[in-house]
Write a protein that binds this ligand. Structure first.
Ligand code: PLP
Length: 381
């Protein structure tokens, strides 16, 4: 192929991204080291306050990772053994893992084949007198249908925990045209700063968001051993902190989050156009009620051998990933906890035919052309 690619293609190119913000990031890390307040130092408070402003939310509670954030949210809401929690079957394992870990009952439901997000009709069917909460996951970077989920939750008196690990910064658009950031609509939102997430640290990190003062107070105690005052333990807690170096890095990167989302959207638009006439490829469908921050750019293949396509791309040094190859109801760790009578035709189909292409903030047109030409070349063989 004639196009010259100067760099190794990565699913997520964190090195190139770092090179563009190196001076700021290095200074921020250095400042933490000089101050040596590595836990709960000023950088954590500053990042927390910047993120509260960015999200227009009253409280951000930083924690150690996105999985802990989910667990802490359910603890703070006082969910008890045997309570049922409804979530999507097509998601990262942490959502169902934390439900099961707390002795709650995960109730998985199928997703929408277009948006990959939780299917409203399936939620409604899954509600029982034991249901206490719904966890919509804003998958791949766009919001689930929050307005309808909120209505359903209100009707049945359920809590809503938004798992926004893949959609930080996405706007939910209400039917009256008003907007709110993903994670600030339900009772509580959770997110992850895992390095490859849209707002990624250089290690683990996570946060909870809420507009509810009492819930925020509970979360703040739980992340710090259930203490209200040092060495006074009021409730059962955990040790889940965001460390100061990560907070300092995140504070720098938060300034670029909207620019990063724009870069991801530009790459997505390139791919969309490149694949628009290929009938064997379905490009990502944009939800009407959400902006998209393209955590992943995921194709649904129709009549293409996915493994062979992946091998073809690998032979050209193009990485591709399958998110997710196996539905959660089929995973040995959880399947005994899940009602196996139930069928998940959409999730099963997606697990068999989705493929995600490189998506990050530093993709240039030459690289995008090389990747999309290589995909099309295989489809037309
Ligand atoms: C990444 C992710 C998590 C977990 O976050 P960690 O920080 O890795 O613990 C939870 N839910 C979803 C949907 C995720 O993508």
């Amino acid at each position: 192929m004639s196009v010259k690619i100067h760099r190794k293609i990565e699913m997520v190119d964190l090195v190139s991204q770092y090179e563009n913000i190196k001076v700021e990031v290095d200074a921020a890390i250095n400042e933490v080291i000089q101050g040596s307040r590595f836990i709960n130092g000023p950088a954590v408070k500053e990042f927390q306050s910047d993120l509260e402003k960015y999200l227009s939310v009253k409280h951000v509670i930083p924690c150690a990772n996105g999985t802990d954030a989910l667990q802490i949210a359910m603890m703070a809401l006082g969910l008890k053994q045997g309570d049922e929690v409804i979530t999507a079957n097509f998601t990262f394992a942490a959502t169902v893992e934390t439900i099961a870990f707390l002795g709650l009952v995960p109730v998985l439901v199928d997703v929408d084949a277009d948006t990959f997000n939780i299917d409203l009709k399936e939620i409604e069917k899954a509600i029982t007198p034991k249901t206490k909460a719904i966890i919509p996951v804003h998958l791949f970077g766009q919001c689930a249908d929050m307005e309808k989920i909120q209505m359903l939750a209100k009707k049945h008196n359920l809590y809503v925990i938004e798992d926004t690990a893949q959609a930080i910064g996405a706007d939910y658009i209400f039917s009256d045209g008003s907007k709110k950031k993903a994670g600030t609509i339900g009772n509580i939102g959770t997110t992850s700063f895992f390095p490859s997430k849209n707002l990624g640290a250089y290690g683990d990190g996570g946060a909870l968001y809420t507009n509810d003062d009492e819930l925020a107070k509970q979360c703040r105690m739980i992340v710090n051993h259930g203490q209200s005052v040092q060495y006074h333990y009021e409730i059962l807690g955990v040790n889940s902190r965001l460390d100061s170096i990560q907070a300092a890095i995140l504070k720098v990167k938060l300034k670029y989050l909207d620019k990063y989302a724009a870069a991801r959207n530009k790459a997505a638009a390139y791919y969309d156009k490149a694949f628009s006439r290929e009938t064997k490829i379905k490009t990502p469908v944009r939800a009407k009620n959400s902006s998209h921050v393209f955590h992943q750019y995921t194709l649904t293949l129709n009549g293409v051998d996915r493994n062979k396509l992946k091998e073809h791309l690998a032979s050209k040094e193009i990485p591709a990933m399958i998110y997710y190859p196996v539905a959660l109801h089929s995973q040995p760790a959880y399947h005994h906890k899940i009602n196996d009578e139930k069928k998940y035709p959409v999730t099963d189909k997606l697990c068999a035919c989705v493929i995600s292409l490189p998506m990050h903030t530093e993709l240039d047109d030459d690289t995008l052309k090389y990747i999309s030409d290589s995909v099309l070349e295989f489809c037309n063989k």
